[in-house]
Design a protein around this ligand. Structure first.
Ligand code: ATP
Length: 313
């Protein structure tokens, strides 16, 4: 593992009291100033993993280090240096926004001024409003302001943009990116693939307690084939397709999955041109993170792929 890793996880396991193993041998590391996204199907074990990193529970097995410390047994050394935005923040709903921030600032050493914290998340205008009157998205932003109060070195964001509208989501992305650029290490869980694709330096996709694939968004996407789809005219049997493309036909509808999109597409178009065949509903697209995700969700967790096991940074 690298020396400047801010988060290090090796063979991490978490079994609940009922015997269910929610985290089943997870390993990864996050370098200083890196933004790492943890994606996964519902119940994959993301929150169970992040809670171990935050020191909220003791692992059943394996190793966790945050800033070089065990976040559970050495919580006092680590907690002041981390910012945590849980999936559901619990704050007293009768206080106003500003009172809530001030109350939290009271127990945070070196806290940002209230005004600055609210400015960061665009809640300044709402500072006199009671928390219970905030919208869901505004509550998420207040959660984020609280996580940022102590200018943390490492920031844990559990689904930070759930419930935000498109503009709020983009504002949050911008802020998270600025924090990362300023040197903050960020671990983010999200259900929004676009969020991971845009923000993450590296990501991991979890499925049933394990990491199924990990790497940069481009590396993860590159593990999946591109796709060409079209419909053959009624009078052109699939048998007339070039040999290399024939296997993909199912009646008139053809779906070619390929690692060599340009080559196969050129071959197809050349053949169509020469044979004077009009391809219906022609659609060719590169693999996307969404495709990688859906493939993993549809598959078992039996095969573990690592497109990147050594950190590039
Ligand atoms: N206290 C608990 N006792 C037993 N099982 C639990 C407990 N908490 C969570 N689980 C189970 O552990 C599994 C992983 O849950 P976890 O919340 O970590 O997943 P997740 O990836 O964060 O899911 P989501 O995307 O739906 O938030 C789920 O099957 C869940 O039902």
């Amino acid at each position: 593992m690298m020396n400047d890793a801010v988060i290090e996880v090796e063979e991490l396991r978490r079994a609940y009291a009922d015997g269910f193993t929610a985290v089943d041998g997870v390993s990864f590391s996050v370098a200083r100033g890196e933004l790492f996204a943890l994606l996964g199907t519902n119940g994959a074990g993301k929150t169970s993993t992040v809670e171990l990193l935050e020191g909220l529970a003791r692992p059943s097995g394996g190793m966790v280090r945050v800033l070089g410390h065990d976040p559970y047994t050495e919580r006092r050394s680590v907690r002041p240096r981390m910012g945590v935005m849980l999936q559901e923040g619990g704050f007293p709903s009768d206080l106003t926004v500003a009172e809530t921030v001030r109350m939290c600032a009271g127990c945070t050493s070196g806290a940002r001024p209230t005004r600055e914290a609210l400015d960061l998340v665009g809640l300044t205008e709402r500072s006199g409003v009671r928390v219970k009157q905030l919208s869901g998205g505004e509550k998420r932003r207040l959660d984020l302001a609280l996580a940022l109060l102590g200018r943390p070195e490492v920031l844990f964001l559990d689904e930070p943009t759930t419930g935000l509208d498109a503009e709020g989501r983009r504002d949050t992305w911008e802020l998270v990116r600025e924090l990362r650029d300023g040197g903050t290490t960020v671990l983010l869980t999200t259900h929004y693939l676009e969020e991971a694709e845009t923000l993450a330096d590296r990501l991991a996709i979890m499925h049933r307690g394990r990491i199924d694939v990990t790497g940069t968004p481009a590396e993860v996407t590159a593990t999946r084939p591109a796709r060409i789809r079209f419909v053959l005219p009624e009078d052109v049997p699939a048998g007339r397709l070039p040999l290399s493309l024939r296997a993909a036909a199912d009646g008139r509808a053809v779906e070619i999955r390929t690692q060599r999109l340009q080559r196969d597409l050129s071959e197809l178009l050349r053949w169509a041109e020469e044979s004077n065949v009009e391809l219906g509903a022609l659609d060719a697209r590169s693999a996307s993170l969404e495709e990688a995700f859906l493939d993993i969700a549809a598959r078992g967790a039996e095969t573990v792929e690592a497109v990147e096991t050594v950190d590039a940074r």
